[in-house]
Write a protein that binds this ligand. Structure first.
Ligand code: ZN
Length: 387
């Protein structure tokens, strides 16, 4: 059994990210076995004046579009990433998975250096690219939830095809579920009702996650994508992404289910943020994602910082809740980490260069800290110093 104790000035512990001062965390075989003041082993690593907190979860990212970097703002968004005619889909249909390795390696290294431990990644053309994405994510020591996207989708579903199921679609979804992958649906509007119910049934039988973009744009919202998703997908294992256009009333009627918000992507692409305050007060526990890597650097700290501006605008948000979006709320849905006895130790330690009081520590992280302040990543019994 490998035992180790790590010491830090402050640790954010449990689901509430409660600050504990001068803390010693005992770890055995990669798991937290004690949180206290006295080391339980002779092998003590002192992290110095740092804030120790759980590694982050990025709940929505597209990693395969990095080759489009530099093209955003030069072309209309739909011409770049719109399915299936956008440049992204055109390129991916013609490229070999191996040719994407170098780009993925760079992205995952950067993702890791932002303190992310867990990643929910959309994989377009999942059958072709899932293996290479999973492989490169694992090489970067990331825990990845692959959300594989079928190659088949409809630009428009006419009322008389609602009971049709495309054969290739069904075959690919069965393959993903068999492999233990989650399934990514572009939008509920790109599949027939029968196809949506089929995915729900297949993924539900294996507990696999289904991710879909919902109401990112005014068009998809007015076309009724939310209702379409709610009436076909099992909310227990579905993840709705964006929800940018939902009214307060619609947010209040949402069932408790995993949601991922991508504030910077929303500001870039649709110039609007979702009703975050209403989601918080409704107790929805949304997560945070960074969306397309070609457009948005996959740094969750920047997402949280953007949301922090809503605090000053009286949206009813607290700094600690914004931090929870990337940590304990994700954990509560089954992704990512918190620091608690009996759970795997997956932490990051940020240098604390000021005298930070307990009631300021969450705010401090959102306003002062940056990824450059991350000095250690802790994976079980491995304490890695970040240059
Ligand atoms: Zn997306």
């Amino acid at each position: 059994m490998r035992r180790l104790s790590i010491k830090s000035a402050v640790a954010l512990v449990g689901e509430e990210l409660s600050p504990v001062r001068d803390v010693v965390i005992d770890i055995a075989d990669g798991e937290v076995i004690g949180i206290g003041k006295v080391a339980g082993s002779n092998n003590v690593i002192d992290l110095g004046s740092t804030i120790l907190m759980p590694q982050l979860t990025n709940a929505h990212i597209h990693v395969l579009d990095h080759f489009l970097m530099g093209l955003f703002n030069k072309y209309y968004i739909d011409d770049l990433v719109g399915a299936p005619y956008g440049l992204k889909y055109y390129y991916l249909r013609r490229t070999k998975p191996e040719s994407l390795r170098d780009g993925l390696r760079i992205i995952f290294r950067r993702v890791r250096n932002y303190g992310v431990g867990c990643l929910l990644s959309i994989i377009e053309y999942g059958r072709i690219f899932a293996d290479v994405v999973i492989d490169e994510a694992k090489r970067a020591s990331l825990c990845i939830i692959p959300l594989a996207e079928p190659s088949v989708f409809r630009v428009y579903v006419s009322p008389n095809e609602e009971e049709d199921v495309d054969e290739v679609f069904e075959e690919e979804v069965r393959y993903f579920v068999e492999k233990g992958f989650g399934v990514s649906l572009i939008s509920p509007l790109n599949y027939t009702m029968a196809e949506l119910r089929l995915v729900s049934r297949l993924a539900g039988s294996r507990g696999s996650l289904i991710s879909t973009h919902v109401s990112e744009t005014e068009d998809t919202h007015s076309d009724g994508d939310l209702n379409r998703a709610l009436t076909t997908l099992i909310t227990g294992n579905s993840l709705f992404v964006h929800l940018t256009q939902l009214s307060k009333d619609e947010v209040l009627k949402l069932p408790a289910m995993p949601i991922a918000l991508c504030p910077r992507s929303n500001m870039e692409l649709v110039g609007k943020l979702p009703e975050v305050g209403t989601m918080f007060s409704r107790g929805l526990r949304p997560m945070v994602g960074t969306d397309n890597v070609a457009l948005i650097e996959p740094d969750p700290w920047q997402e949280m910082r953007l949301l922090r501006f809503l605090i000053a605008r009286g949206a009813g948000l607290r700094a600690v809740d914004i931090l929870k979006m990337a940590t304990s709320w994700a954990w509560s849905w089954g992704f990512g980490y918190i620091i608690r006895e009996g759970l795997p130790m997956k932490g990051l330690a940020l240098g604390m260069y000021y005298n930070v009081s307990d009631d300021y520590v969450h705010e401090y992280l959102l306003t002062r800290a940056s990824p450059g302040d991350i000095v250690y990543l802790i994976d079980g019994s491995d304490v890695m110093k970040i240059a």
